[in-house]
Write a protein that binds this ligand. Structure first.
Ligand SMILES: Nc1ncnc2c1ncn2[C@@H]1O[C@H](COP(=O)(O)OP(=O)(O)OP(=O)(O)O)[C@@H](O)[C@H]1O
Ligand SMILES: O=c1ccn([C@@H]2O[C@H](COP(=O)(O)O)[C@@H](O)[C@H]2O)c(=O)[nH]1
Ligand SMILES: [Mg+2]
Length: 238
């Protein structure tokens, strides 16, 4: 049931290093096929090579908002790393207090923990199309994902937004997040520049990065995003 078959439907559009990427994906599927026994789900989508999109951008740049629209139109599974960590806090897990303290400080949770939580979500999904939102946040995160999951993203979106606009959006968000306050936002912006921008640069240099101008209305921004996914002719597209 958890087998890797040679589905190359989207690879026609892959940009570079197709061979390297396929080698990495083999490891990813080996991980799935040799893992803990899992309950049978609609397995037909599992016959496909996973399509992984990393969604990057500063705090409040609109990643989550745009991901919701991509999910609606293209049937992706949205995995927000921040949401996954917040759920871990809410579940009172052993790591909950450490994660909460890290988020309050605007710092980055240890890579292995985040990647393992993402891995669990990917493995329990029927889908093969993943939007991984707000991850990787650092080179260490990126390398841990490659090593543990054994895969690289097919494409990487980067929502490029000025700091004052991000600050304004976060302060107006009103979702009760412990990190949506002026002190933590300043720290998050610093961490973003120091640790996340090098990841953006890494994918730019590998030809995987799609930079989106994240200023404008939600619909104006989505007009830049939609064609990037439309080109892949996903079968669930509406
Ligand atoms: N284009 C836009 N114009 C104005 N406000 C926006 C726009 N896009 C999103 N927002 C609003 O800005 C806030 C932040 O958006 P969102 O949560 O999508 O950002 P994010 O990048 O996921 O942030 P974080 O990294 O903090 O999770 C939300 O209140 C959202 O409704
Ligand atoms: O990969 C990740 C993702 C998030 N964090 C921590 O969570 C907060 C909030 O993340 P959002 O993406 O803004 O929801 C972030 O500031 C980090 O503290 C993380 O450590 N690793
Ligand atoms: Mg978000």
């Amino acid at each position: 049931m958890w087998r890797r078959v040679a589905s190359v439907s989207h690879l026609t559009f892959a940009q570079k290093s197709i061979v390297n990427k396929d080698v990495c994906k083999l490891k990813f599927w080996e991980a799935f096929s040799t893992g803990i026994p899992r309950k049978e789900k609609g397995t037909f989508q599992r016959d496909k090579t996973p399509f992984i999109t990393f969604v990057l951008g500063g705090p409040g740049s609109g990643k989550g908002t745009q991901c919701m629209k991509i999910v609606e139109n293209f049937g992706f599974t949205h995995l927000s790393a921040g949401d996954i960590l917040r759920r871990e806090i809410a579940s009172n897990s052993a790591d909950g207090t450490m994660i909460l303290d890290t988020i309050k400080e605007g710092k980055i949770v240890p890579s292995e923990l985040t990647v393992k939580l993402i891995q669990k979500e990917m493995e329990s999904s029927d889908n093969y199309k993943f939007l991984i939102d707000g991850f990787p946040r650092s080179e260490d995160n990126r390398i841990a994902f490659e090593q543990i999951i054994g895969a690289e993203p097919d494409i990487v979106l980067f929502f490029d937004c000025p700091e004052d606009e991000m600050m304004k959006r976060v302060l107006n968000r009103n979702q009760g997040r412990v990190d949506d306050n002026i002190d933590t936002i300043k720290k998050r912006l610093k961490v973003f520049s120091a640790l996340n921008l090098p990841v953006v640069k890494y994918y730019l240099e590998r030809g995987k990065l799609y930079k989106i101008n994240a200023v404008g209305t939600v619909d104006e921004i989505y007009k830049q995003v939609y064609p990037l996914f439309a080109q892949f002719n996903f079968e669930q597209q509406v």
